[in-house]
Design a protein around this ligand. Structure first.
Ligand SMILES: Cc1cc2nc3c(=O)[nH]c(=O)nc-3n(C[C@H](O)[C@H](O)[C@H](O)COP(=O)(O)OP(=O)(O)OC[C@H]3O[C@@H](n4cnc5c(N)ncnc54)[C@H](O)[C@@H]3O)c2cc1C
Length: 606
C-alpha cells in the first residue's frame, strides 16, 4: 500500500476504482476491493496521521485540534452562522473534515475537542430491518449483522475490569476482526459508574442495568466498550480504527492500493454530458487551488461522509436544478434529494459539583479523556412515564402528514410522500418497537459529575448544499436541529432527568451543588427555559446521516439499494449519508456493516 501526498501517483492515471474519502467507509471498501486484486486509488482530503500521538493514543483525543476536524460552519434558516461548528470527521487520522470519525484515515466530522470515535455498540434488529422496509431489499439484520461480527475483535474484560463495572454478553461480539473493541485499562471512574447505575433506574423507571450495550432488543444501560486495545508495552489505551485495522496493519498491505492524502475531490467526471457514466474525478489541494484529473475504468465510489459527498455530487451537476443553477453549476441529473434529509442528534449536558471530600477520589472524578463510561438508552415510556408516553405516541402517529409537509416546506425533504415514509419508519421504531429515544451518558471530569445527552431518534431534518462552484468552498449546512416538537420534548425531558439524577439518593452525599451548570436553569425552571438553554448549548453529536439517502427515487432517494446514484452509471455512494434515519447507537458499528456489504455488491458487478 502506498500512502503519499505526492499527487503524481494519481494525476492522469487510471485505476479500476477511485474511492473519494479515506474515512471509515472508504477504507473498508478499499480494503476489500484491493484485496481482490483490483487497483484502487483513495483520495483523502485530510492528512495521514498514522503516527500522531493524539490519534494513536486514545486518551489524547483532546489534543487533536489541527489534525482531525474540518469544523464546518453551520447556519440557521435565515443564513446566520450558528455559534458552534460541526466536527466533521477527518477520518481517524487525517485532518478532521474528512476523516470519518471512526477510525479511518480520517473521520467524519466533529469537534477535535471531543476526539475521534471510540464508543462501540450495536444497533438493534428492528432498525436494521427498517432499512429494508423503506424500499431497500437486502438491507436487514440478517444480511448486516454478520458484517458487524466480522469487523470486531473483542477482548473480554478481565476480572479487574469486571470488578470495576465492565460486563459483557459473549454472544453479541465478534472475535476475529481487524478492529479492536475492549474496555479501558483501568476502567474509568468505577465508583461513579456505580452511582449512575443506581440512579438511572430511578430517573428512568423501567430501564434496567444490563450487561452489554450490544445485547438488547430495545433499551439498556451499561458500561461502555470502545474501539481501543491496551498496549502493555506502552501501557496506553490505543486507538483502533478502519485506518489502523484495515490500512496501516502489516497483514493488510496491498500491491494495488494507493492513498493520496491531503487532496480533496472537487467533482466527478462523466464520459459526456449525455452519457453519465462516471469516468474519473477532478481533485486538488486547496493551498494552490490547481485541479487535476484521475480516471477509473470500473467505478467511482463516493465515501466522503454525510457532509462532503452531497456537495461533491452537486458540484458534479447532480442535485436539485434550482440549487445548482444558483451555484452556477450545469444540471446533469435533476436529483432533488441530494443534500436533504440531513440529520444528527442534538447533544448537550449538565453538571453537578462534587463534594469536597471526594474531589480527589479518582474512582469518582478523573481527568482521563475517554468519553462515555456509562451509557443509558431510554424509550418514551421510561422518559415520559407510560401514560404521557401513550399520549405522545398517539400524537406522533396522528401528526405524520403535518410533519412531512413541514419538512417539505422547510426544504428538508423532496416531497410529502418521501418525508412521510421516513418519519413513519422512525415513528414506528419509537412507538411499536419501543426503541430508545434518548441517550444519557454518565461522565465525570475533575470536580464535576456530568450528564451528556441527546435525542437518539430525532425527527428534525435539515439540509446541506453548495452555493458556489468553487471546489474548495465549504458547503452551507443548515442542520435545523431541534426544529421538530417531538425532539424538543425529548430534549427538555432528558435535561430535567439529568437534574433528577444528581438530586437522587445515590448521588446525594457525593454532590455539593446539583445545579452547578446551567445554574440559571434551576429546579423551578419552565420547559421554555430548558428548551431555550438546550438550543443555545447543543450541537450535533457527530452522527450526521441522511444527505444522500438510500430510498426509492420517487421518495427523494439519491442512491438505489445497490448504492448506485440515480441517473448515472458506475457511480456509488458508500458512507453515512445513505442512512435515511438515525440508528439508536453510535454509527460506526452499522457503517462497518453497510460498507462491507457495499464492497460485496460492487464486487458482484465487477
Ligand atoms: C468527533 C467524532 C466522534 C465520534 N465518535 C463516535 C463514537 O464514539 N462511536 C461511533 O460509533 N461513532 C462515532 N462518530 C461517528 C463516526 O465516526 C462516523 O459516523 C463515521 O466515521 C462516518 O463514516 P463515513 O465513512 O461516512 O465518513 P468518514 O469516516 O467521516 O470519512 C469521510 C472521509 O472523507 C474525507 N473527505 C471529505 N471531503 C473530501 C473530499 N472532498 N475529497 C476527499 N476526501 C474527503 C474526510 O476527510 C474523511 O476522511 C464520531 C464522529 C466524530 C466526528
Amino acid at each position: 500500500t502506498i500512502i503519499t501526498t505526492d499527487r503524481s501517483v494519481a494525476v492522469n492515471q487510471t485505476f479500476d476504482y477511485i474511492i473519494v474519502g479515506g474515512g471509515l467507509s472508504g477504507i473498508t471498501v478499499a480494503n476489500k476491493l484491493s484485496g481482490e486484486g483490483y487497483s484502487v486509488l483513495i483520495i483523502e482530503a485530510g492528512p495521514d496521521a498514522q503516527d500522531v500521538p493524539a490519534v494513536l493514543n486514545a486518551e489524547e483525543r483532546g489534543n487533536l485540534n489541527g489534525y482531525c476536524n474540518w469544523q464546518y460552519p453551520a447556519f440557521d434558516e435565515s443564513g446566520s452562522q450558528l455559534s458552534w461548528s460541526i466536527d466533521s470527521g477527518v477520518g481517524d487520522d487525517i485532518d478532521r473534515a474528512s476523516l470519518g470519525a471512526n477510525g479511518s484515515f480520517a473521520s467524519d466530522g466533529r469537534h477535535a475537542s471531543e476526539g475521534l470515535p471510540q464508543v462501540w455498540f450495536r444497533p438493534t434488529k428492528a432498525e436494521l430491518d427498517t432499512l429494508q422496509a423503506l424500499g431497500n431489499p437486502g438491507w436487514n439484520w440478517d444480511t448486516l449483522e454478520p458484517y458487524i461480527d466480522a469487523i470486531e475483535r473483542f477482548t473480554p474484560p478481565d476480572e479487574v475490569q469486571i470488578s470495576q463495572g465492565a460486563a459483557y454478553d459473549p454472544s453479541v461480539h465478534g472475535y476475529n476482526g481487524p478492529v479492536n473493541v475492549s474496555f479501558p485499562t483501568p476502567m474509568r471512574i468505577p465508583q461513579a459508574q456505580k452511582l449512575y447505575k443506581k440512579a438511572v433506574p430511578i430517573i428512568f423507571p423501567g430501564l434496567t442495568v444490563g450487561n452489554d450495550l450490544s445485547s438488547r432488543t430495545s433499551t439498556v444501560s451499561a458500561s461502555t466498550s470502545w474501539t481501543i486495545w491496551y498496549n502493555p508495552e506502552t501501557q496506553k489505551n490505543t486507538r483502533s480504527s478502519a485506518a489502523y485495522g484495515l490500512l496501516y496493519a502489516s497483514g493488510q498491505q496491498r500491491d494495488t492500493l494507493t492513498v493520496l492524502a491531503e487532496h480533496a475531490v472537487a467533482k466527478v467526471l462523466f464520459k459526456s454530458d449525455r452519457d453519465l457514466t462516471a469516468s474519473g474525478v477532478q481533485f486538488g489541494n486547496a493551498s494552490d487551488g490547481v485541479l487535476f484529473e484521475a480516471y477509473a475504468s470500473k467505478e467511482i465510489i463516493l465515501a466522503a461522509g454525510s457532509l462532503a459527498t452531497a456537495p461533491i455530487l452537486e458540484r458534479s451537476g447532480i442535485g436539485s436544478s434550482s440549487i445548482l443553477n444558483k451555484a452556477g453549476v450545469k444540471t446533469l441529473v435533476d436529483l432533488p434529494g441530494v443534500g436533504r434529509n440531513l440529520n444528527d442528534q442534538p447533544g448537550t449536558g449538565t453538571s453537578a459539583l462534587v463534594a469536597d471530600s471526594f474531589q480527589n477520589d479518582t474512582s469518582i472524578v478523573d481527568g482521563r479523556n475517554l468519553f462515555a463510561p456509562i451509557i443509558s438508552l431510554a424509550n418514551t415510556d421510561q422518559l415520559f412515564g407510560t401514560s404521557n408516553s401513550w399520549q405522545i405516541s398517539n400524537d406522533l402517529l396522528r401528526d405524520l402528514n403535518s410533519r412531512a409537509n413541514a419538512l417539505v416546506k422547510a426544504g428538508a425533504a423532496v416531497n410529502a410522500a418521501g418525508a412521510r415514509a421516513v418519519i413513519a419508519a422512525a415513528t414506528n421504531l419509537i412507538v411499536s418497537n419501543k426503541l430508545p429515544v434518548v441517550e444519557f451518558v454518565g461522565e465525570s471530569y475533575p470536580s464535576v459529575f456530568t450528564a451528556v445527552f441527546w435525542p437518539l431518534m430525532p425527527l428534525s431534518r435539515g439540509y446541506i448544499h453548495i452555493n458556489t462552484s468553487n471546489p474548495f468552498a465549504t458547503p452551507v449546512i443548515t442542520p435545523r436541529l431541534l426544529s421538530d416538537s417531538f425532539d424538543q420534548k425529548v430534549a427538555v425531558a432528558v435535561a430535567r432527568k439529568s437534574r433528577d439524577a444528581f438530586t437522587s439518593a445515590p448521588f446525594q452525599q457525593y454532590v455539593a451543588d446539583a445545579y452547578l451548570d446551567p445554574s440559571d436553569v434551576g429546579p423551578n425552571a419552565t420547559d421554555a427555559q430548558y428548551l431555550d438553554w438546550y438550543r443555545q448549548t447543543s450541537y450535533g453529536a457527530s452522527h450526521w446521516i441522511g444527505s444522500t439517502s438510500m430510498l426509492p427515487r420517487e421518495w427523494g432517494g439519491v442512491v438505489d439499494s445497490h448504492l448506485r446514484v440515480y441517473g448515472t452509471k458506475r457511480l456509488r455512494v458508500v458512507d453515512a449519508g445513505i442512512l435515511p434515519f438515525q440508528l439508536t447507537t453510535h454509527s460506526m458499528s452499522a457503517l462497518y456493516a453497510t460498507s462491507q456489504r457495499a464492497a460485496d455488491l460492487i464486487l458482484d458487478d465487477a
